[in-house]
Design a protein. Structure first.
Length: 92
């Protein structure tokens, strides 16, 4: 997060809490602890923020970030890039 303003989130405000609880349940955690959900939420929000920042850097001087900018930002994460490309084929 170097050179950027900190995220302005309310403490303990899980943006993806409900979805993460459901996913954790699906993966075998019958009653996910609130602090575990919060940690997962923090990790997810940080990942999304970093990915968006990288896509913004890739876009350079353009006003808009394009899908290809995200693909370039994900080039080292082959599994995630493959999933993005798979989802994009469904969109067409």
């Amino acid at each position: 997060r170097k050179g950027r303003a900190p995220l302005r989130r309310q403490p303990n405000a899980a943006l993806f809490g409900k979805d993460l609880r459901s996913m954790m349940y699906a993966f075998g955690d019958e009653a996910p602890q609130a602090d575990s959900v919060q940690v997962m939420d923090d990790i997810l929000v940080d990942y999304i923020s970093e990915l968006c920042s990288e896509a913004g850097r890739v876009s350079g001087q353009r006003q808009k970030v394009k899908v290809d900018d995200f693909k370039i930002a994900l080039r080292r994460e082959t599994k995630n890039l493959g999933r993005v490309e798979e989802l994009l084929t469904y969109r067409k």
